[in-house]
Design a protein. Structure first.
Ligand SMILES: [Zn+2]
Length: 154
């Protein structure tokens, strides 16, 4: 999935995890779970455009994180930070292996590639749309205010 989608999942996990360690752990594990779902990401672009697509994805993730903290003001932000880091960590490790040639990450990289979208996608438009719908639903849930907060404002 895109980093933006992993970030949204990480925020969701961080919001409901009981402590920062579990937030990081579940964020990390969620990455593999959501990567296994058929999807499209920056990897569909040829190498010439891969860095541009990845840069846009990183930029959108940063905006999403900023907006989440700016507009929801979570009571336990540390859990959310750790969950975001955990959910992004597998792709960070993959970058370190494939681009910076950190050889000790080869086993991790191989595992990530095995788990990553194990079925061949015949309809990338459909799976891209599904990912966008998933992301929009998750954003709606994350930015939805609690009923008690609405009553206070009335
Ligand atoms: Zn991944």
């Amino acid at each position: 999935m895109t980093l933006t989608a992993h970030t949204a999942v990480g925020i969701f996990i961080g919001k409901y995890a009981s402590n920062p360690f579990l937030a990081f752990l579940f964020g990390f594990l969620s990455h593999f779970l959501f990567d296994a779902i058929p999807h499209i990401d920056a990897g569909i672009f040829i190498e010439k455009y891969l860095y541009y697509a990845a840069s846009v994805d990183i930029f959108l993730s940063a905006i999403f994180i900023f907006c989440f903290f700016r507009f929801t003001r979570p009571t336990h932000p540390l859990k959310i930070y750790w969950a975001i880091l955990g959910s992004a960590m597998p792709d960070i490790f993959t970058f370190f292996y494939s681009e910076l040639h950190f050889k000790f990450l080869k086993c991790f990289y191989d595992f990530h590639m095995i788990v990553h979208c194990p079925v061949k996608i015949n309809n990338p438009v459909f799976w891209g749309a599904m990912q966008i719908i998933f992301l929009v639903c998750l954003i709606f849930i994350l930015f939805k205010k609690k009923t008690s907060q609405k009553l206070v404002k009335l």
